[in-house]
Ligand binder design. Structure first.
Ligand code: BTN
Length: 261
């Protein structure tokens, strides 16, 4: 079924939503809406993103009709802002589990994977007013039926439909996803949220090589940092570079911008 403002509004009421057929990036529109005063739980949804943004400045492809591109507005306390990214990973993983997909996991920092292939990416971005946190936009991209053949992610990405062998209704997926967002956003700051995220991490116990650090991933800290034991026994804390670590960001006009990494 095609997405439309009317259908989404009916399915997701009473949530405030803004739907667009085609946008550059839903995160950008959500940040602007947050600055306008959008309330917690408001979401921007697009069928297509022309300049979807991924972590570390990468591009995130969202062609029309094949994926979910969602940006959710939240107003967490500053001390819990690192849990927003975790929340995104948890709710997407729960969506996959709800569809009875086996082998759902989160690769640190927050790639949701199905049998080791990436099905979703999470991009939280903070919006600051001087050094005051105005809010956070949680961008979530979920591959539903993308065709990755011939692309650079052909062997590393997957979709919900290829894992379920069923055709899926994106409005129903959004409905479930956002219902889980409501459950977990009421628990921001809790140990339960951290434990739910940690419980889905597949990285622990694995040998990793992340930004030049090689060793065994032994634990995660409550702030989301990964603890890696290097071969010489020394421990390294690796930070995902999510919103909790981002300084106050301003664009060249002095306006606040959110930054992911
Ligand atoms: C990653 O690199 O893993 C994160 C990808 C995040 C993509 C989502 S799609 C909705 C939102 N809008 C964007 O421009 N990016 C995020």
């Amino acid at each position: 079924m095609e997405l439309s403002q009317k259908r989404l509004q009916q399915a997701l009421a009473p949530r405030a939503i803004r739907y667009y057929e085609s946008v550059a990036s839903t995160n950008d529109l959500a940040k602007a809406w947050l600055i306008e005063g959008a309330s917690t739980g408001s979401v921007v949804i697009a069928d297509e993103q022309r300049k979807g943004r991924g972590r570390k400045g990468r591009i995130w492809y969202t062609p029309s009709n094949v994926a979910l591109a969602v940006s959710l507005i939240l107003h967490p306390k500053l001390e819990y802002v690192h849990q927003i990214s975790m929340l995104g990973g948890i709710v997407v993983a729960e969506l996959a589990a709800y569809l009875h997909i086996p082998d759902v996991g989160i690769k640190w920092a927050n790639d949701v994977q199905l049998a080791g292939k990436k099905v979703s990416g999470i991009l939280p971005e903070a919006v600051w007013d001087d050094n005051q946190l105005r809010g956070v936009v949680l961008g979530m991209g979920v591959n539903v039926r993308n065709d990755f053949r011939g692309t650079d992610v052909e062997h590393t990405a997957t979709t919900l439909e290829s894992a379920t062998n069923e055709s899926l209704n994106r409005i129903e997926l959004l409905n479930y996803l956002l219902s889980r967002v409501d459950v977990w956003s009421a628990q921001i700051g809790s140990k339960a949220l951290f434990e739910a995220w940690k419980g889905r991490l597949t990285t622990l116990g694995q040998r990793v090589e992340i930004e030049g650090i090689v060793g065994e991933a032994v634990d995660v800290m409550t702030n989301g940092a990964l603890l890696v034991k290097q071969d010489d026994g020394t421990m390294q804390h690796l930070f995902a570079g999510d919103v909790s670590l981002t300084g106050v960001a301003k664009d060249t006009d002095g306006n606040p911008t959110g930054l992911g990494d």
